[in-house]
Design a protein. Structure first.
Length: 225
């Protein structure tokens, strides 16, 4: 795979994570427009969700469903917090939450969230951030930095998201009253499972790195990272 092909693939992955993150906030007209946009970068994710909102006269029904699933007030039907699944059904702040917070801080991200740092939307957006940093490094030919951010993506998925997203999406699929959130559950689970496989199957690609004399050398990102 050439560096151009790899960067294009990574930009698509990043766009998918960012748009999935947006789907886990209170839905508004902008979200529905993003999902329905046939020219959107990540539009291939959302065919089922597009069908679920066709003919929707207003978004109140999915806003109500969002609140039922993720907010309350009488308990969360599908808690969107990783530590609920990884540690204790009653805990929002545990060791896994603190680990997520440390990872954000290590990347220079300010910890100033209205939600707990292990909320599904924030963890998905962190994956977008790591991919964005990988692409930035690849564009300037910094192979070592690009490889490091691939490792960080893989580690974050394996330690956090992939360990609890199936439990969350199973609850969403079972408890949602709208097709919108049942489809979102399927999209999220399918995409993350495929992305874990994608990261484990990375093949070598050429990444030209600028030398001081202006010449380039070919560097490889290898599968055995």
């Amino acid at each position: 795979m050439t560096v151009e092909e790899h960067i294009s693939q990574e930009e698509y992955r990043g766009a998918c994570y960012k748009s999935l993150s947006d789907c886990y906030y209170l839905p508004d007209a902008g979200l529905l427009k993003m999902i329905s946009d046939p020219d959107g970068t990540a539009c291939g994710l959302y065919s089922g969700m597009v069908q679920s909102i066709k003919g929707l006269s207003d978004i109140e029904s999915i806003q109500v469903d969002y609140s039922r699933l993720f907010v309350g007030p009488y308990g969360l039907l599908a808690p969107p917090y990783g530590s609920v699944y990884l540690e204790n059904k009653r805990m929002l702040i545990g060791d896994s939450t603190l680990d997520v917070r440390r990872r954000y801080a290590k990347e220079g991200l300010r910890i100033n969230f209205k939600e707990a740092p292990n909320h599904i939307a924030i963890e998905l957006e962190f994956m977008y951030f790591l991919i964005h940093k990988e692409v930035e490094a690849a564009l300037v030919g910094d192979s070592a930095q690009a490889v490091d951010y691939i490792r960080k993506q893989r580690d974050f998925l394996e330690v956090h998201l992939v360990r609890w997203v199936c439990d969350l999406t199973a609850l969403m699929a079972a408890k949602a009253e709208t097709a919108f959130y049942r489809e979102l559950a399927n999209v999220t689970k399918t995409f993350i499972e495929a992305d874990v496989q994608n990261l484990s199957d990375i093949t070598p690609y050429d990444l030209p790195a600028q030398r001081a004399n202006g010449k380039t050398e070919e560097l490889l990102v290898r599968k055995e990272l």
